[in-house]
Design a protein around this ligand. Structure first.
Ligand code: GLN
Ligand code: ZN
Length: 756
């Protein structure tokens, strides 16, 4: 092997960068482009300015290797599909490359977009490349080469980043089953790309292989070895860094280290430890990029612990660089705008910019000794101490209440007995109809929220307007003849943020945006302390709605797992402990709702599957605590009170038996797109509770016909007896228009009535 471009090891880096812009500039520019308000040149200009400013910041912050090419107009997997000429044929006719790209991402009037799914166990969503026999790969490296050139011109020590062939193929959807057999077609293109990057002046290339942290078969591990043996045998290439993140690499690490690659990046915040590195002697000849600064959470790093880890690694690796554990895509840009946080809490946090500074400090301390970073180490210790001692992290009342609970707090009477009691209590027809919770978020609702925020209206006026919305939604449901009504959730713009703002133990940021997908950004709350409910959160809204009708109105709550999944969580106690605290607060709300006369309570857990650990060995423990936290949240009510839950995905896989474990009286689930197959899966798992498989897909503006809904219900009745079957759409209606919602629900009620 000969590497024609000289390279030397580096000491401080991050694995990837956010791209939405510190003030979501890219989001605004992209959406303006879609709306036709700016042209492609203007969009490219905004993007380039953002990249150059970011590169200059990182260079000035003292990183001696800077990732380039992690910028994206939408998504890095989509970029990889473009890089290898693997866009689906249905967009091929769109001549303009940018419009073709966005068509693949979002669809057009005539073209369906690529599917979108979660990036490993994060809240980022990527576009799933589609491969079939007709896919002919080809190399299109223009974007990456241009970003490399602009970084080099700026004097930045640039390290181009590409997604690796194993990850690209394993995550792609392939018509003929697994796509890994297509490695031989892709490898020559990777080799060509490596040569072009070397010629363009790259000393290092980073090849991302996060699939290395998932369970791989022996045969797949052989592919890892073969692939990187082949790539590292190239004559003309940069030094190769293979990056893994979000977990530990297990047996794949030794296979990788057997090859002639020059470096590996490992995630020391998610399972990798010093012993795993020491166990692989071949690493003593490689650069180890040690992800000791958590790239996914917002806590300040314990620098002493990180230094301990780094010091130990020095003995096992050829050289050690300090890094974030993964791309900084998953955390907000900077703490600077967060002037609203109390000083104490703020001192415990590190967003993107602060993490880069920590990495620099650690690298300095590692090479020059701790004296060289004495001030920063002292400050980090003081912050850690202040966090440890803060009374908000140790609420004795919450802890005492949890300690008192036992298994009886998680159980209700057997489900069939409850069903009989509830039938009497609620007096519902067979095939009862209901909806999932939200109704269209009209512009009146959005305007009222904005006016309240700006101080143009007071709280009383806001409440008046929200009540008017609730009254409309109740009247609509009465008119349509639905059986179990909802209040429509006008007061919530987000089902997690709403509760986080009302619970103690959570803090909200002003500008802590992270990309969820494309131009969609979220601002996750920060769960920093012990959680409790200072006062009721939903009672007045639900009580008002119930006062307008004699039909039962569902109390609507978000479950503990979903609240955790969409927040930045504490790292000083197990996630399961935080879940129990949130569950207790939700339980308090259910008990109060019941006391106020609410007869049906729904606790949504759309994220139950999202938090499922990547490794099969870790899944049973997760499923135990997540199911228990749901039961803790819901088992405090009388057996006559009907508990519903809503789950938002149709491929249940590993969580199917957990759904029965939730013991909710009624589970509404997405099924419209999976044609009711989910019911057979539930039956096979022994599920015998009420179930409302979504009878139409709310993700599309189409109004389903009565015949279509009848067909779906008839299919459902083959799998589920009528006394357990509910009739509902497959998710909340907040993104739909009022006209189509009314028409769709009218058909739904008509179909249910005819079948009865
Ligand atoms: N109750 C919520 C709604 O209807 C559920 C949303 C969800 O499933 N993500 O909007
Ligand atoms: Zn849903």
């Amino acid at each position: 092997m000969s590497v024609t471009v000289s390279h030397s090891p580096f000491t401080a880096t991050v694995l990837g960068l956010p791209r939405i812009g510190p003030n979501r500039e890219l989001k605004r520019a992209t959406e303006s482009y879609w709306a036709g308000r700016v042209d492609a040149a203007q969009l490219h200009h905004v993007a380039r300015d953002l990249r150059l400013a970011q590169l200059a910041d990182l260079r000035d912050a003292g990183l001696d290797s800077v990732p380039v090419g992690t910028f994206s107009y939408y998504d890095q997997m989509l970029d990889t599909a473009v890089l290898f000429g693997a866009l689906p044929p249905r967009v091929a006719g769109i001549a303009d490359p940018l419009d073709r790209y966005f068509a693949a991402a979002r669809g057009t009037d005539t073209v369906a977009p690529l599917e979108m799914t979660k990036w490993f166990d994060t809240n980022y969503h990527y576009l799933v490349p589609e491969l079939d026999a007709a896919t002919e790969f080809g190399l299109h490296p223009e974007k990456l080469l241009a970003e490399l050139a602009e970084a080099i011109e700026l004097g930045v020590p640039a390290r181009p980043v590409v997604i690796g062939p194993l990850t690209f193929l394993k995550l792609a959807k392939s018509a003929g089953g697994a796509a890994l057999h297509r490695l031989p077609e892709l490898l020559p293109l990777y080799l060509d790309l490596l040569a072009q990057l070397a010629n363009a002046g790259a000393q290092w290339v980073q090849i991302d292989e996060p699939v290395l942290v998932t369970d791989l078969t022996e045969a797949e591990i052989d592919r890892v070895r073969d692939t990187y043996t082949a790539l590292s045998a190239a004559q003309d290439r940069p030094a190769i860094l293979v990056a893994s993140y979000f977990g530990h690499t297990d047996a794949a690490l030794a296979a990788l280290a057997d090859t002639a690659i020059e470096g590996v990046a490992l995630d020391f915040t998610a399972g990798t430890d010093v012993a795993a590195v020491a166990a692989v002697p071949a690493l003593s000849r490689k650069l180890l990029v040690a992800g000791v600064v958590d790239g996914r959470n917002i806590w300040r790093t314990d620098l002493d612990t990180a230094l301990g880890t780094l010091g130990s690694l020095l003995g096992s690796a050829g050289s050690v660089a300090v890094s974030s554990s993964c791309s900084l895509l998953h955390v907000p840009y900077s703490l600077t705008p967060e002037t609203g946080l109390d000083e104490r809490l703020r001192s415990w946090l590190a967003f993107g910019a602060e993490k880069v500074a920590e990495i620099r400090v650690l690298a300095t301390a590692l090479t020059d000794g701790t004296d060289a970073a004495a001030a920063e180490l002292t400050a980090a210790r003081a912050a850690a101490e202040s966090r440890r001692d803060d009374p908000r992290l140790h609420n004795p009342r919450v802890r005492a209440r949890l300690a008192e609970l036992d298994d009886t707090s998680l159980t209700r009477l057997p489900a069939d007995q409850r069903r009989a009691m509830q039938r009497e209590h609620l007096d519902l027809p067979v095939l009862p109809t209901t909806t999932i919770g939200s109704y269209p978020q009209t512009s009146a609702i959005r305007l009222a929220r904005a006016a309240l925020r700006k101080g143009e209206i007071d709280e009383a006026e806001y409440v008046r307007r929200m009540r008017a919305e609730i009254a409309d939604v109740i009247a609509l449901q009465e008119k349509l003849g639905l059986d179990v009504l909802v209040h429509g959730e006008p007061e919530r713009n987000d089902m997690v943020q709403y509760f986080a703002e009302l619970l103690d133990g959570f803090a909200a940021t002003e500008n802590g945006w992270v990309q969820s997908y494309g131009t969609r950004c979220v601002r996750p709350p920060i769960l920093f302390g012990d959680v409790s409910r200072p006062e009721p959160m939903t009672l007045s809204w639900i009580g008002y709605a119930q006062s307008l009708t004699t039909k039962p109105v569902k109390g609507m709550l978000t479950g503990p797992v979903t609240i955790l999944a969409w927040s930045f969580v504490r790292d000083d106690q197990p996630l399961g402990d935080s879940a129990r605290q949130v569950a207790l607060a939700i339980r308090d709300e259910t008990v109060d709702l019941e006391a106020q006369g609410t007869r049906v309570i729904q606790v949504d857990e759309p994220a139950l599957r999202e938090l499922l650990p990547l490794r099969a060995a870790e899944q049973p423990a997760y499923l135990r605590w997540s199911v228990d936290s749901f039961r803790l949240a819901t088992a405090g009510v009388a057996d006559t009170t009907q508990v519903h839950t809503h789950l938002c995905y149709s491929e249940f896989g590993e969580v199917i038996s957990a759904i029965a474990g939730l013991d909710a009286d009624v589970t509404s689930i997405e099924a419209a797109r999976s044609h009711m197959e989910v019911l057979d899966d539930l039956n096979a798992a022994g599920f015998a509770l009420g179930v409302g498989p979504g009878v139409y897909d709310i993700h599309s503006p189409r109004v389903p016909s009565v015949a279509e809904i009848t067909t779906a219900l008839s299919a459902a009745l083959k799998a589920v007896p009528a006394e357990r079957l509910w009739v509902n759409p497959d998710c909340g209606l907040k993104t739909r228009g009022p006209v189509e919602v009314e028409a769709s629900l009218r058909n739904l009620v008509t179909a249910a009535a005819a079948l009865r």
